[in-house]
Write a protein of this length. Structure first.
Length: 497
C-alpha cells in the first residue's frame, strides 16, 4: 500500500522532469549574443572634466551607477513637478500601460489553458418527439431527456511545446514592459528638452528685443543726423536695414516658443492653451556630476537593450515550441454525470454515466506546414538576434555622440561667453566715453547691438550644454533592477526565470 501511494508522486516528478528537460532540448540558445566592446565609447577617451560657463568644472564619473530620476540633477523643483505631471497624465503612457495590462492577462489566459487541466460542468434537459414506426398503429409520443455531466481534460506537455509557447508569450510581454519604460523615459526627456528649449527661446526673445530696440534707436539717430546733414545717406539706410533685420528675427523665435509650449502641454496631458509658462534658464542648473557606465554594464541598464534581449529569449522559445510540436502529445479526459428519461431514472443508480479516455496524437503529414512554421520562427529568432546587436551598437553610438557633443559644445560655450564678455566691456567702455562726450551715440548703440547679438548666441550655447547633460543622463538608463513582471507573474509563470 505504501509503495502504491508513492507511484503517482514519482510519475508526476518524472513528467515534470521530462517537460523541463524538453524546454532545453528544443530551440536555439536563449542567451543574447555577447557584443565585444572596449572601455571607451568614442574613438578618443572622454575627458573626466568638462568646462562650464560658470561654477566648478563638470565631472564625468566613469563607472558610476546611473541616476534613477535623472532630471532632478538639474536642481529645479519646477522642472521636477513638470516631469512628475507628465509621467502621471501623459496619454500615450496611459495607453501603453493599458496595453501592457491586456498583454499580461493574455499570458494568464494562455498559461491557464495550456498548463492546467480544464473542468467543465453541464446540464442539458430536453423534450423530444419520436416518430411512429411504419406498419404499426402506434401513435408518436413525447418524452424527456435529462443529462448532467462534469467533464475534465488535461494535455500532458511531454516535449514542452505548450510550456515553450507560454514562455515565449511571457517573454514578449516582458519586452513590452521594458518598452513601456523606454517610453516613460522618452516622455521625461522630452519634457526636460521642451523646458530647456522654452527657457532658451524666452531668453533669446528678450535679448533680441533689446537688440532690435537698440537697432531702431540707432536707425532713428542716423536718420536725424542725415536730415541735419551730419551723416551720410548710406549710413542711414544701412542702419535701417539692420533694424529691419533685427525685427525680422523676433516672429520666428516667438513661433518656435509657442510651438514648444504647445508640445510641452500635450506631453503633460493638457490642452495647448493650458501650456505652462517658460522656466528661466537660471532655474536650470548644470549638473556637476554625470555618471558614465562602462559599455559592459550599459547593456544591463538601458531598457531598450533589455527589451531587445527579452525579444531574443522569446524568439528562441517560439522556435523551440515549433520544433516540439513535431512530437507526440497525450491528452487525458474523464467525465462523470447522470442521465435519464425522467427524474426517477435520473436520480436512480442506473442513471450514472461516466467515461475515461486518452488520446495520443503524432503529427504525420501536414503538407509541410509544421516544418515551414519551424523555419519561420527560426528566421524570426535570427532577426531578433540581429536587432539586439543593432540596439546595442546604436546605444553605444548614442553615448559616444553625446560624450563628444558634451566636450565640444562645452568648448563652444566657453568661447561664446568669452566673446559676449568682451563685447559687454566694449559697450561699457563706449557708454563711459559717451557720458564724457568723447564717443558718439551711434557708436554706443552699435556696441549694444553687437553685445546683444553675441548674448543670443551665448544663450543658445548654454541651452545646448543643458541638453547634452540631459541626453547623457538619459542614455545611461536605469540602475540594474529585477524583472519588471516578477511580482505579478510569480503565480503562473511556466519556469523560474
Amino acid at each position: 500500500m505504501k509503495t502504491w501511494t508513492h507511484r503517482p508522486i514519482r510519475l508526476l516528478a518524472a513528467v515534470a522532469g521530462s517537460m523541463l528537460s524538453a524546454c532545453t532540448a528544443f530551440g536555439p540558445p536563449r542567451a543574447p549574443p555577447v557584443i565585444a566592446a572596449s572601455d571607451h565609447y568614442s574613438i578618443a577617451a572622454p575627458s573626466e572634466q568638462v568646462p562650464t560657463d560658470h561654477g566648478p568644472l563638470q565631472q564625468l564619473a566613469l563607472g558610476a551607477a546611473p541616476v534613477p530620476e535623472w532630471w532632478r540633477a538639474f536642481g529645479s523643483p519646477p522642472l521636477d513637478a513638470l516631469v512628475s505631471e507628465a509621467l502621471d497624465h501623459n496619454q500615450s503612457l496611459a495607453a501603453a500601460g493599458a496595453n501592457l495590462r491586456a498583454a499580461h492577462e493574455q499570458v494568464r489566459e494562455q498559461v491557464g489553458n495550456n498548463l492546467y487541466p480544464h473542468l467543465d460542468a453541464g446540464f442539458s434537459p430536453s423534450r423530444q418527439r419520436a416518430l411512429s414506426i411504419p406498419g404499426l398503429h402506434q401513435q408518436t409520443f413525447l418524452y424527456n431527456v435529462f443529462a448532467a455531466e462534469v467533464q475534465g481534460g488535461w494535455t500532458l506537455d511531454f516535449f514542452g511545446a505548450s510550456m515553450l509557447a507560454d514562455r515565449a508569450l511571457l517573454g514578449q510581454v516582458r519586452a513590452q514592459a521594458y518598452e513601456l519604460e523606454v517610453e516613460r523615459r522618452a516622455v521625461a526627456f522630452n519634457v526636460v528638452l521642451a523646458a530647456i528649449n522654452a527657457a532658451s527661446l524666452r531668453a533669446q526673445i528678450d535679448a533680441v528685443a533689446v537688440y532690435a530696440e537698440a537697432e531702431e534707436h540707432r536707425a532713428r539717430q542716423l536718420r536725424e543726423r542725415y536730415q541735419l546733414g551730419s551723416a551720410a545717406r548710406l549710413d542711414w539706410l544701412t542702419a535701417e536695414e539692420g533694424a529691419a533685420e533685427a525685427q525680422r528675427v523676433l516672429p520666428p523665435l516667438r513661433r518656435q516658443l509657442l510651438t514648444v509650449q504647445h508640445a510641452e502641454a500635450v506631453l503633460l496631458g493638457r490642452t495647448p492653451d493650458a501650456a505652462p509658462a517658460p522656466l528661466s534658464l537660471d532655474e536650470l542648473h548644470l549638473p556637476e556630476r554625470l555618471p558614465v557606465a562602462v559599455p559592459s554594464e550599459l547593456v544591463h541598464q538601458r531598457p531598450d537593450i533589455l527589451a531587445a534581449e527579452a525579444s531574443v529569449r522569446a524568439g528562441a522559445d517560439s522556435a523551440g515550441a515549433a520544433s516540439a510540436a513535431l512530437y507526440p502529445s497525450l491528452t487525458l479526459s474523464a467525465s462523470y454525470g447522470r442521465g435519464g428519461f425522467d427524474w426517477s431514472t435520473f436520480s436512480s443508480p442506473g442513471g450514472a454515466i461516466w467515461g475515461v479516455g486518452a488520446s495520443l496524437t503524432q503529427p504525420l503529414f501536414h503538407g509541410g506546414a509544421l516544418r515551414a512554421r519551424q523555419r519561420e520562427y527560426q528566421a524570426a529568432y535570427e532577426a531578433a538576434v540581429a536587432q539586439y546587436r543593432q540596439t546595442v551598437l546604436a546605444a553605444f553610438q548614442s553615448v559616444a555622440d553625446t560624450l563628444v557633443s558634451l566636450d565640444e559644445d562645452a568648448k563652444e560655450l566657453e568661447q561664446t561667453q568669452r566673446s559676449a564678455d568682451a563685447l559687454k566691456e566694449v559697450q561699457q567702455e563706449l557708454e563711459g566715453r559717451f557720458a564724457e562726450g568723447s564717443a558718439p551715440l551711434y557708436a554706443v548703440l552699435g556696441a549694444r547691438s553687437q553685445y546683444q547679438n553675441a548674448y543670443v548666441t551665448y544663450v543658445a550655447a548654454r541651452a545646448t550644454r543643458l541638453t547634452d547633460s540631459a541626453a547623457l543622463l538619459d542614455a545611461m538608463g536605469s540602475p540594474t533592477s529585477a524583472d519588471p513582471l516578477a511580482a505579478s507573474t510569480q503565480s503562473f509563470r511556466p519556469d523560474g526565470h
